[in-house]
Design a protein around this ligand. Structure first.
Ligand SMILES: C[S@@+](CC[C@H](N)C(=O)[O-])C[C@H]1O[C@@H](n2cnc3c(N)ncnc32)[C@H](O)[C@@H]1O
Length: 189
């Protein structure tokens, strides 16, 4: 959470400085706090329902990318992409890499980072449970066990045959992974 919290804090300080410099006193600081608080709410919801932002380690990212056996024709999704780091590190190896994120500060931070990364990487704001993954060749996830159950019930049946699902840390308990390495699980539809 650290980088996105810093991002939000800087945004708050920036807004306050601008208001001060422009001598805008009619906007009460409480209003800014409420607005910033509202921006944090979807992230809190996502953290409780899907999983908090704990980025996969660099080593796990490498394992996820290697297990996925990425191909230049692949369309890849990172569902709950946090600050987008996995989307950016996979993008050079695929046709396009898309990350969905519900937390506003994380989304803004990832979107900002996307300006300096591969054009094949796209960061979208959205709830992972409301998206369409029919064109997915690869799906990356790092979600809580309850969300993996939901994934199997709601998203798995919609995937095309051959889609590879790579989950960090948590398994889909209803099916056997075809490969497992360092707590990273590979499934194939
Ligand atoms: C454990 S982090 C994983 C981040 C990244 N995928 C990685 O491996 O480094 C889980 C992320 O999923 C996001 N998330 C949880 N539920 C979500 C939902 N329903 N829609 C979109 N994002 C969600 C959280 O905000 C958090 O950033």
């Amino acid at each position: 959470m650290a980088e996105s919290t810093i991002f939000l804090l800087l945004a708050g300080i920036g807004i306050t400085v601008i208001l001060y410099v422009l001598n805008i006193t009619w906007i009460h600081p409480i209003f800014i706090i409420i607005v910033l608080g509202l921006l944090i709410l979807p992230g809190i919801y996502a953290a409780i329902i899907g999983g908090p932002f704990v980025p996969s380690s660099r080593k796990r990212h490498k394992t996820m990318i290697s297990l996925a056996d990425l191909d230049p024709t692949d369309t890849l999704y990172d569902i709950g992409c946090g600050d987008g780091r996995l989307v950016f590190s996979s993008a050079p190896f695929v046709k396009r890499a898309i990350g969905y994120e519900l937390s506003v500060p994380l989304y803004l931070f990832a979107k900002f980072r996307s300006l300096f990364n591969s054009k094949k990487a796209t960061i979208r704001y959205g709830n992972i449970w409301k998206q369409n993954y029919k064109d997915a060749d690869v799906i990356f996830c790092y979600l809580l066990p309850g969300s993996m159950k939901r994934f199997y019930k709601e998203i798995w049946p919609t995937l095309k045959t051959g889609t590879r699902v790579v989950s960090n840390a948590f398994q889909i308990h209803d099916i056997k992974p075809i490969k497992k390495e360092d707590k990273v699980y590979l499934y194939k539809k």
